[in-house]
Design a binder for this molecule. Structure first.
Ligand SMILES: Nc1ncnc2c1ncn2[C@@H]1O[C@H](COP(=O)(O)OP(=O)(O)OP(=O)(O)O)[C@@H](O)[C@H]1O
Ligand SMILES: [Mg+2]
Length: 379
């Protein structure tokens, strides 16, 4: 590998994750091509070449892959059959299309956890709403659609018989409701040579209504024993899958101090944005190292950190204005990342703010300040 743009990397998806991947690729002088259905996607003006196309369309993905050497993803909702065909033609495709396909379906994901004895909440598969009624004895439970669940859509808690009236009428699964103490995540990378590196565990705090990560803390405030267990589980999963690339694994910490795996994403993840500023290697650089079979970077934290998602304000749709950023910059250790989406929409991820502070209590205080100060509105 000569780092002279001799390797053409194709990224399916041109959103903020792709954008931050390009940011890391610049330091390696890599050639990045991007495809996204949105002609105004955040990668539009940053990729070396940008193609408008449907990520789920077989022919569009095939055409995009034709002149690329390495293909990867920044969103898992892509045509995995086309990626498999490109792989059969000799393209390097990471993660493996079969693994992407397995992860696309929450049912096969759960079956994978079950068959490899990865701790996860008990579940049953259902085909329809009528099926849900057959499992009333499992209340309270969480219904998850097999496919197309993104940012909380396709997941709902069914607490009682009344809520079952609102159950989805589609194939999916019913999972035991976990009264979790915390939600944590581990990002793990594995390269083709089998080298594995994990990032320190992070703790996610979700928006109470919209099911999006509102902010996170790194490292998570959990015992070293739990952190080690989470780390081991992440390593076990990538070894079981012979995974190549970056895998983000969301987990629950139960009230009795156990870890259950919730779900995984085979790409850079919202729970790793802070690594750009707060870790020796960012998740984006690590993903590139993994898929190019380079030695993985050191992952240790340089400082305790928090990451606040900047979500579009409710009631605002249109060209985005970021209020409060100038004031925000007056606070030391606070770094905004603006995604370059033309339009804001209610609760759309429009950017994030990373906060570095050795004083963990002040970190929490600054998170609240950021939430009060910065508003993404239309104007
Ligand atoms: N079994 C469960 N018990 C309790 N809460 C759960 C359970 N499963 C999921 N949740 C809650 O719902 C949220 C969304 O679920 P999950 O991560 O499976 O879905 P998703 O829509 O794919 O999420 P994402 O926003 O990461 O794409 C979880 O982060 C958690 O807060
Ligand atoms: Mg999730």
């Amino acid at each position: 590998m000569h780092f002279y743009r001799d390797t053409k990397i194709g990224v399916l998806g041109g959103g903020q994750l792709g954008r931050m991947l390009i940011q890391a690729a610049v330091d390696y002088n890599l050639h990045i091509g991007v495809m996204d259905p949105n002609p105004e996607a955040p990668c539009r003006w940053l990729a070396h070449d940008f193609v408008v196309g449907s990520l789920t369309d077989y022919d569009a993905v095939m055409a995009f892959g034709k002149d690329k050497d390495v293909l990867t993803i920044e969103i898992e909702n892509v045509n995995a059959d086309a990626l498999a065909a490109l792989q059969a033609e000799g393209k390097r495709v990471y993660p493996d299309p079969a693994t992407i396909k397995m992860i696309q379906d929450k049912r096969s994901q759960k079956q994978f956890f079950e068959s490899y004895k990865i701790p996860t909440a008990p579940f049953v598969l259902v085909e329809s709403k009528a099926d849900v009624y057959r499992h009333m004895g499992r209340l309270p439970m969480v219904q998850k659609l097999a496919k197309a669940g993104y940012d909380g859509r396709g997941v709902q808690v069914l607490r009682d018989a009344e809520q079952v009236e609102e159950a989805f009428d589609a194939p999916g699964l019913l999972e035991e409701f976990v009264p979790f103490e915390k939600e944590i995540a581990v990002i793990v990378a594995r390269n083709l040579s089998g080298e594995v590196a994990t990032f320190p565990v992070v703790e996610m705090v979700f928006h109470p209504v919209h099911n999006l990560v509102e902010y996170l803390f790194a490292p998570a405030n959990i015992s070293p024993v739990l952190a080690t267990e989470a780390d081991h589980i992440a390593r076990q999963i990538v070894d079981d899958l012979k995974f190549v690339g970056l895998l983000a694994i969301e987990m629950f910490v139960t009230p009795d101090g156990k870890i259950l795996v919730n779900e995984m994403a085979p790409r850079p993840h919202n729970s790793g944005h802070h690594t750009i500023r707060a870790n020796a290697t960012s998740q984006y650089e690590q993903h590139l190292r993994a898929i190019l079979d380079l030695p993985l970077g050191a992952t240790y934290g340089l400082s305790p950190a928090a990451m606040v998602n900047l979500l579009g304000e409710a009631g605002h749709t249109g060209p985005a204005i970021y209020e409060g950023i100038e004031q925000l910059l007056a606070t030391p250790g606070v770094y905004p990342h603006i995604y370059g989406k033309a339009e804001t929409k209610p609760h759309r991820k429009m950017g994030h703010v990373t906060i570095l502070d050795a004083d963990v209590n002040r970190l929490e205080h600054t998170v609240q300040q950021v939430k009060e100060l910065v508003k993404v509105v239309s104007g």
